[in-house]
Design a protein around this ligand. Structure first.
Ligand SMILES: Nc1ncnc2c1ncn2[C@@H]1O[C@H](COP(=O)(O)OP(=O)(O)OP(=O)(O)O)[C@@H](O)[C@H]1O
Length: 285
């Protein structure tokens, strides 16, 4: 399903259909639809205040929905990792696990196996006695991920798990996320890293609570109405902007000094920038 097709609650496994959330006069989400298929990672991207955390809160049952429908499994089968990692700093790694296991009523016999498997995969099996506050940022996020995985969730909701995490831990986190999806979980991942979103099965692009695009990274690139091309040199007359528009066509400038740029290849980042520019222009008109 793409964002352009009308979805009905019956069409989706888990997710939200046509959801609107308001905080007083602020429309945090407007008619947003997202389905979360089991076995897939769905990334949500967007700038500050785009509505990402509100969407996760609505799916987790923590934010009241004004209109629309949210379809989720029993709360005991929903794992949530908040942006703060979800780790208690004054509890040890093992105590964090015990605490969450109790909250989810996980039986002792299955807890031992899950604890060993998850902490070992996250490389945390040797630090069971260390306080949460004494873990490195990357270790804390990996523990937060393990806590969210503890109930063996059907749906896993992750709020920017890799923000502030070093590149090695980021790769490890991604392996854990990919394994969770391969094990059958429907994964929702909020991220501000578009290279990360590029690896997801599908991406929802939000801007001020509105859907700008939804589909595979390739779908998002091809959803732009005109051609999108990139070049390594800045044309005359274009100042600081990285993207500009002529009619329905977009051109992306990839500065030469960015070593990883490969002019000619249009990626998700280019497409998201173009979508945001198009919306900004539409708002001005
Ligand atoms: N509890 C609240 N009360 C009032 N307004 C809120 C509340 N929570 C969020 N908002 C507003 O709703 C909009 C969406 O916020 P949200 O936190 O969902 O965005 P976000 O995409 O997660 O942003 P960021 O990446 O900056 O965290 C913003 O305008 C925000 O100010």
């Amino acid at each position: 399903m793409t964002g352009r097709q009308m979805a009905r609650p019956d069409d989706i496994d888990w997710g939200a259909v046509d959801v609107t959330v308001r905080f007083g006069g602020i429309a945090a989400l407007t008619n947003v639809t997202i389905d979360l298929p089991p076995g897939q990672v769905t990334a949500v991207v967007g700038g500050d205040g785009a509505g990402k955390t509100t969407l996760l809160g609505a799916l987790a049952g923590r934010v009241p929905v004004g209109t629309g429908t949210v379809t989720m499994p029993d709360r005991r089968r929903v794992g949530v990792q908040p942006s703060t990692s979800g780790v208690w700093g004054d509890l040890s790694v093992d105590e964090n696990v015990d605490f969450v296991a109790e909250a989810y009523s996980i039986p002792r016999d299955s807890l031992a196996e899950r604890r060993a498997r998850l902490l070992s995969r996250a490389g945390l099996d040797h630090v069971g006695g260390r306080l949460g506050a004494q873990l490195s940022g990357g270790m804390r996020q990996k523990l937060g991920f393990c806590l969210a995985m503890l109930p063996d969730p059907e749906v896993l909701l992750l709020d920017e798990p890799s923000t502030g995490v070093d590149p090695v831990s980021r790769v490890q986190l991604w392996q854990l996320i990919a394994e969770a999806a391969a094990g059958g979980a429907a994964v929702l991942l909020l991220t501000t890293y578009l290279d990360e979103a590029q690896r997801a099965h599908r991406v929802l692009v939000l801007d001020e609570g509105h859907t700008l695009g939804f589909g595979s990274p390739d779908d998002i690139v091809s959803s732009l109405p005109g051609a999108i091309t990139s070049s390594g040199t800045r044309p005359d007359g274009v100042d600081a902007h990285r993207c500009w528009r002529r009619g329905t066509d977009f051109r992306i400038w990839r500065p030469n000094e960015v070593a990883s740029s490969s002019p000619g290849d249009v990626d998700l980042e280019d497409a998201v920038i173009a979508l945001m520019l198009a919306r900004e222009e539409a708002r001005r008109d």
